[in-house]
Design a protein around this ligand. Sequence first.
Ligand code: AMP
Ligand code: GLY
Length: 428
Amino acid sequence: MKILVVGAGGREHTFVWKIAQSPRVTRLYAAPGNAGMAQQAQCVDIASEDINGLLAFAQQEGIDLTLIGPENPLADGIVDRFQENGLTIFGPTQAAAQIEADKDFALELMHKYGIPTGDYRSFTDPEAARACVREWDRPLYLKASGLAMGKGAIPCPTPDAAFQAIEKVMVDRVFGAAGDRVVLMEWLEGEEASISGFTDGEHIVYLVPSQDHKTIGEGDTGPNTGGMGAYAPVPVVTPGLQQEIYDRIMQPTVQALAAEGRPYRGILYGGIILTADGPKVIEFNCRLGDPEAQVVLPLLKTDLVDLLTGVCEGNLKDVSVEIDNRAATCVVIASGGYPGDYEKGYPISGVNRAEASGDVIPFHAGTAESNGRFVTSGGRILGVTALGDNIPASIRRAYQAVEKIRFKDMYCRKDIGHRALARLNAGA
Ligand code: AMP
Ligand code: GLY
C-alpha cells in the first residue's frame, strides 16, 4: 500500500514510525513532514491545510490511504473532499469533527444524551456573557467555541478574570472567528486523563489511557503549551474507572454522533477529568493528542495499518488488537523561551546516541535538516519516548536519553510523570 501521513509534528512522526513497521506498506509519504519523518518517509512540501494540494498529490501518486494528524484539515472537510473523489482517508468527516471544532455543539450533544460533563452556557453577546458570570459567581472556564490552536480555554477563578476573558475573546477577538461564540463552563476539579480509541462508527478499539502535562513549568505552573510530556498507562485510571469511561462516555458518544446523522470514523479522544462525582468530559478531540500519541502508539503491538483499514472499511471488530503491557514516558524538549518567543536554527546533537540506548525513540516535532545535521525549527523540538517495565523505569530511561541530547538553550520539564510517581509512592 502507498500511505500518506498529513502533518508536521511529533504526533505525525509517531504515526510514520509505526506505519513504517507494517509489512503492508510499499511507499510512505509525509506532508509536509519534518526531519525525523524523513528517516522513514518521503516528505512532500505541501501544507496540512492545503486540501487541494493534498488531494492532487494523492490522486497523482495513487495513494491508497491518507491519514490526517491535526484537527484543522479535518474541521475544514478534507475527509469529505477525498471521499467525494473516491479516495480512502482516515479521519472523521467535517460534520463529525464538530465534536472538537464546535465546543457548543459538543456540550449540547453531551447534555442531550446524558454523557457526563460540566454545566455550561453559550453566548455570542458579551453583555449576556457578563450577566451569566455575575449570576453564576463561581470559578469557570471560558472557551472560544471554535478551533484556537489549543489556546482557547481560559481559566477564570474569579468573576473579574472572566470579565477580562470576555473582553479578550469577544471584544478584542484575539482568536478571531473562533471566538464568535464562547462557552462558559463549570470549573471541574480532579486529575485529568486522555482516553483515545479507534472507531468505525460502531465498534471502538481503545489505546492505553495517558496523561499530558500542559504547562511549561514544573509542578504544573506557568502558561499552557502544546504539551510538555506524557506517560501511559495512568495509575489513577483503575480498570473499573476505565470501564466506566468506556461505557458512560466513549461508547455513548459514538452512538450519539451516529444518531445525529454524523457517523464518526477515526480516532476519538476524550479529555476526561476524574471528579469526586465520577469521570466527566472537559472536551473531545477529533484526532489523537500530541504528545499522547508518542506514548500510546509505541504501546500498540498490532499493525497500525490493520486498524486504519479496519476503520475505513467499517470492520474494526474483526481486527485483533494486542497492547504492550509495559509503560511509556515521553519528555518533550523545547526551545528556550517557548511558549513565548524563541530562536530557531540551532544544531542538535546526540539524537542518534539517545536512540542507541535501546527502547528509546526520539520523535521529532520541530526539527529541520541543514548540511546533514538536525537543527531546531520550532518551539517543541523532540519528544523523547522511552519504554520500561513500569512507569518509574520508563521515566528514568527517558531522562537518561534526554541527557544525551544537546542544543543551545534547550528546555524540558524534569517532573514528567510526577502524579503517577506520587500515587505509586503513596500506595507502596
Ligand atoms: P482544552 O483546550 O479544552 O483542552 O482545555 C485545556 C485545559 O484546560 C484542560 O486540559 C484542562 O486542564 C483545563 N480545562 C478545560 N476545561 C476545564 C473545565 N471545565 N474544568 C477544569 N479544567 C478545565
Ligand atoms: N495533548 C492534548 C491535545 O493534543 O489536544
